[in-house]
Design a protein around this ligand. Structure first.
Ligand SMILES: [Zn+2]
Length: 174
């Protein structure tokens, strides 16, 4: 149907483990990620986000990414952040893709690791509910400081660590 030059977009999914022995789902992207393929990448990655955990999009063999492709990636990243307990990262960015992310000010969205303002612990580590981001502080620090909602949430998550991900708690300063 298409007469566009270059390798069409395709992907492979690989299940592996990270340095902390957590599952990582690597989606190896190849070819050209352009407008007509963005549905495909969304359909692949969205169910992984709902499942939670760590997802890496490997762009080592991605030949080209246009603004629609970039939009799809950003949409998935935002979806992963709002889901909580899901980390979506980009791996092996080619200089071209890196440049595209830099000029659109998006590189930071994908490279920033948030840390708790109190204890410095990395936030939103999959399957570590005590690291849940509660507005800049981790759930544990919030519970330690006596916030009743956080004490209760932490108590519940410790009862069943594999229960469904907890929704981030919006915190109002009083
Ligand atoms: Zn903390």
């Amino acid at each position: 149907m298409s007469t566009a030059p270059g390798t069409p977009f395709h992907y492979e999914i690989e299940e592996t483990r990270d340095e902390n022995d957590f599952n990582v789902t690597v989606v190896k992207c190849r070819g050209r990620l352009v407008g007509k393929n963005t549905t495909e990448i969304r359909e692949v990655v969205q169910p992984l986000i709902l499942r939670g955990g760590r997802i890496a999009l490997d762009f080592a063999n991605l030949e080209y990414l246009d603004s629609s492709g970039l939009g799809a990636i950003v949409g998935l990243k935002v979806s992963a952040i709002s889901r909580g307990h899901c980390v979506l990262e980009l791996k092996n960015l080619t200089p071209r893709v890196k440049q595209l992310l830099t000029i659109t000010n998006l590189l930071q969205l994908f490279s920033a690791i948030s840390r708790c303002r109190i204890c410095g612990q990395e936030l939103n580590i999959p399957f570590k509910p005590e690291t849940l981001d509660c507005g800049g502080d981790c759930l544990k620090c919030m519970a330690d400081s006596g916030d009743p909602e956080c004490v209760e949430t932490l108590r519940q998550t410790l009862v069943d660590r594999r229960s469904t991900p907890v929704k981030p708690i919006k915190h109002e300063m009083s």
